[in-house]
Ligand binder design. Structure first.
Ligand code: THU
Length: 156
């Protein structure tokens, strides 16, 4: 899938957001190393803090569909989803929590996952690697020295 197609999938997914409180619709499209694509959108809640971001929605589906370790590329787009097309001119980058969730997928495969951060209208696109979005991040590889892995070493 081309970058444009992946961004288009994220923009379309945003139209299925449930965002009655912020009225800010976000869509995310994730492509696997094998070319499969899954999408997700943000889903808010009357208990505001329970809202889910589009990236986490899409990553959940990615895990169910092909596995987090197969995530190759991600597109995110956000803006006004009240019309027939997502609108807005500012590129949307993943929030801090979503960067952490993407880092989990990236470290599982050792792949520096690329994220296409698009504006609602799809005209503005920033490209970032997850290593740039969350430098010095704490991920699965940071747990190498846990007591669990030490005890495994001792048992050998
Ligand atoms: N949002 C996302 O879905 N992803 C992000 O990376 C940033 C924020 C959502 C959460 C909330 O529903 C709305 O955008 C406004 O913050």
């Amino acid at each position: 899938m081309t970058d444009t197609d992946l961004i288009a999938a994220a923009r379309t997914a945003a139209l299925r957001a449930y965002a009655p409180y912020s009225k800010f619709s976000v869509g995310c499209a994730i492509e696997s190393v094998d070319g499969a694509v899954v999408t997700g959108a943000n889903m808010e809640n009357a208990c505001y803090r329970l809202g889910l971001c589009a990236e986490v929605s899409a990553l959940t589906l990615a895990q169910a569909s092909f596995g987090l370790d197969k995530v190759a590329r991600i597109a995110v787009a956000g803006g006004d989803g009240s019309g027939s097309e997502l609108a807005g001119g500012a590129a949307v980058t993943p929030c801090g929590g979503c960067r952490q969730s993407i880092l989990e997928a990236a470290q599982l495969s050792g792949r520096d996952v690329e994220i296409l951060c698009a504006s609602g209208d799809g005209e503005t696109v920033e490209r970032h690697k997850i290593s740039a979005l969350i430098p010095f991040g704490f991920g699965p590889t940071s747990l190498a020295d846990s007591a669990r892995s030490l005890s495994r070493l001792v048992a050998q």
